[in-house]
Design a protein around this ligand. Structure first.
Ligand code: IDP
Ligand code: MG
Length: 151
């Protein structure tokens, strides 16, 4: 098994639309384990750091405005191959191309209002987790149900 941690973030549009619980619920029902959560409005400089790879792209200013416009739910989730499992649950970046059954496929229609962020590699997961959480905010605990989630 490849136990991984990934940084996920319910974006401001999903918070405003009352869909935080829906997203957390899907992740829980999948069998993933919550490691950290924080309801917070992201300062601009931190958002610019988080999305540094997109600096200079045409959508970048709008992206920073969007993500900093209101509270987000910053989260860390753990599971076997959690990074790719969560990317699959999110669906493609463009919600119009995201498959039904995915979060973006079921709830969004616009690339600039696509509900959720998820790390795309172990390197970006480690980087993003460290931007939003200190080590002591990451909960280390066991769950008896994991014997029924993993063989
Ligand atoms: P991802 O969120 O699926 O990893 P990225 O390519 O990393 O997609 O883009 C980061 C975020 O920037 C997207 O989730 C979306 O909110 C926004 N974004 C990307 N491309 C566009 C675009 O062409 N128009 C508007 N927003 C975009
Ligand atoms: Mg990305």
């Amino acid at each position: 098994m490849a136990m991984e941690r990934t940084y996920l973030m319910v974006k401001p549009d999903a918070v405003q639309r009352g869909l935080m619980g829906e997203i957390v619920s899907r992740l829980e029902r999948k069998g993933l384990k919550p490691v950290a959560m924080k309801f917070t409005t992201i300062p601009r400089e931190i958002c610019e750091n988080h999305y540094g790879e997109h600096k200079g792209k045409p959508f970048y200013p709008g992206l920073i405005d969007y993500i900093t416009c209101g509270p987000v739910l910053a989260m860390v989730w753990e599971g076997d191959n959690a990074i790719s499992v969560c990317r699959q649950m999110m669906g493609k970046t463009n919600p119009q191309e995201a498959a039904p059954g995915t979060i973006r496929g079921d709830y969004a229609v616009d690339m600039g209002r696509n509900m959720i962020h998820g790390s795309d590699s172990p390197e970006s997961a480690a980087r993003e987790i460290s931007i939003f959480f200190s080590p002591e905010e990451l909960m280390d605990y066991g769950r008896s149900i994991d014997a029924w989630v993993y063989e």
